[in-house]
Ligand binder design. Sequence first.
Ligand code: NDP
Length: 240
Amino acid sequence: MARVAIVTGGTRGIGEAISLALQEMGMTVAANYGGNDEKARAFTERTGIAAYRWDVGDYDACQEGCAKVAAELGPVDVVVNNAGVTRDGTILKMSKDMWEDVIRINLGGCFNMAKAVFPGMRERKWGRIVNIGSINGQAGQYGQVNYAAAKSGIHGFTKALALEGARAGVTVNAIAPGYIDTDMVAAVPPEVLEKIVAKIPVGRLGQASEIARGVAFLCSEEGGFVTGSTLSINGGQHMY
Ligand code: NDP
């Protein structure tokens, strides 16, 4: 039977590329999204992949969403925690809401999803969880204390959960993308982006498909000996 995978934020940007890569591997994919119905509908028409709307920052919604996917597609073998948001600003301008939103969605989403799927994966002795971190969680970034804290938290979460899954055939890994050409990066002011690209050794932004290939490997049968790892896919930026 085909493996069943949930990709959060799987209808556009990096998530869309991940959904397609897992589909290409023969998995049955459910793409979660947060609220953009129009993009989700267009995505399903284009790809044939079912889209499911729920807020990953809402614990109960994650339990219900994952149960619905399992009832419709089968037990969930793979989860890619990709959904993420930015609410940038220096700490002087960052409100409590901006802080809480980013922690709740980006980091809380990983916990909420793992709570829903980890017990079943352990029971069936096979599972793959991949969490999308960020180079800004490794290195920090001006104006992003919320985002850097959430992404850095993801890297710790990944290692701790990997230890809990290791003997049960459940691997847990993270990918730390550098700057990838998506809507999220399109929101960065051009003069700021120019300075960022100048610091990327390969001299360009990454493509969503380049992150998706890494995720596909970590979710494969052959990826079973890799756990608790963070794969940096950032054009060499982590060396600075
Ligand atoms: P996009 O902004 O292009 O897409 C974000 C996706 O997440 C959308 O599908 C969106 O759904 C979904 N989403 C947002 N909030 C929620 C929520 N509360 N519940 C469920 N789904 C939600 O992002 P990217 O593709 O650029 O980024 C994907 C991941 O990669 C993020 O975690 C990001 O932090 C990380 N990353 C991105 C980098 C980049 O350069 N782009 C660099 C490093 C890390 P909807 O369409 O409904 O809004």
